[in-house]
Design a protein around this ligand. Structure first.
Ligand SMILES: [Mn+2]
Length: 284
């Protein structure tokens, strides 16, 4: 039975605060791959644009992709705002459009409202949206362009980490909390507009792991918003496991634990497991 594992926000190459977690290396991540036939890395996989960390990020990313190749599982890398690359997709539709997988930085006008580059990113985003088609592809391409603006902005590099930046500017806590509260609804609105038939949105980006059912949107169709959080402190990462049988799919969320310097899936299913009847027309 083919199993798809979805992870996000590995932020390879970013030096985390010392919090007792293993370094995010290929070896440390290897046990996660044991449960999957296909791996989707749903954005912010590596800090490939960060002027201070991009070399280390490239080394860790290469080693991780080598390991994935050696284990024989296939991999799809989706762009986030830290690793935008024109050669990579910005989203994946699964199972005839039942599930949209995308990083989540395109859901609203405010990609990261507490960061020093916020204004230039929003300006770039709105201008790029004007030039692009008003489609999922167009909106995600605009978000990609805006994400690059962050890495070209000198202010981005003046504050070493998001946590320090929040410590220096306590008002940013309020901005983060407000933005976190909005995030599931922004995700549902985005899906209403661009993928009205999708029941599930699997994203990351906000570093706030969780699942939300958002129903009172313009179409009235309830959406499961599943956020896999981040491997960086203080978030705790989750994985989505999609198990694919001929007649239905199951989607479950597992916590990611660490032991002996390695990351692994918790054996317990964290969020209830959903089942979707597969439409007869879905591509296999
Ligand atoms: Mn992100």
């Amino acid at each position: 039975m083919p199993r798809t594992l979805i992870l996000s926000d590995l932020h390879l190459g970013f030096p985390d605060v010392p919090c007792g977690r293993p370094l995010r290396t290929a070896e440390a991540l290897a046990p996660l791959l044991e449960s999957a036939d296909h791996l989707i890395l749903n954005g912010d996989t590596a800090e490939i644009h960060h002027i201070l960390h991009k070399e280390q990020a490239a080394r860790l990313l290469d080693a991780t992709l080598d390991l994935v190749a050696r284990t024989g599982i296939s991999v799809t890398r989706i762009n986030g705002n830290h690793d935008f690359d024109l050669a990579q997709p910005n989203f994946v539709d699964l199972f005839g459009g039942e599930i949209l997988v995308t990083h989540g930085h395109a859901f609203s006008d405010s990609m990261l409202p507490w960061t020093p580059a916020h204004k230039v990113m929003t300006r770039t985003l709105l201008a790029a949206r004007e030039r692009n088609e008003k489609t999922l592809e167009g909106f995600l391409a605009a978000a990609g362009e805006a994400s690059l603006a962050q890495w070209n902005e000198p202010a981005t590099y003046r504050e070493p980490t998001a946590l320090v930046s929040i410590g220096l500017h306590p008002m940013r806590v309020a901005k983060v909390l407000t933005w976190w509260r909005k995030f599931p609804r922004d995700a549902a609105r985005f899906v209403d507009r661009f993928r009205p038939d999708a029941k599930f949105v699997i994203c990351g980006h906000s570093h706030r792991a969780g699942t939300w059912m958002v129903g009172a949107t313009s179409t009235g169709i309830p959406r499961h918003i599943i956020n896999t959080g981040s491997f960086t402190f203080p978030s705790s990462p989750r994985a989505v496991l999609i198990d694919d049988s001929p007649t239905e799919l199951s989607v479950e969320i597992r916590a990611i634990r660490h032991r002996g310097g390695r990351y692994m899936l918790a054996s317990r299913v964290e969020a209830s497991c959903w089942r979707i009847q597969r439409p007869a027309s879905a591509a296999r």
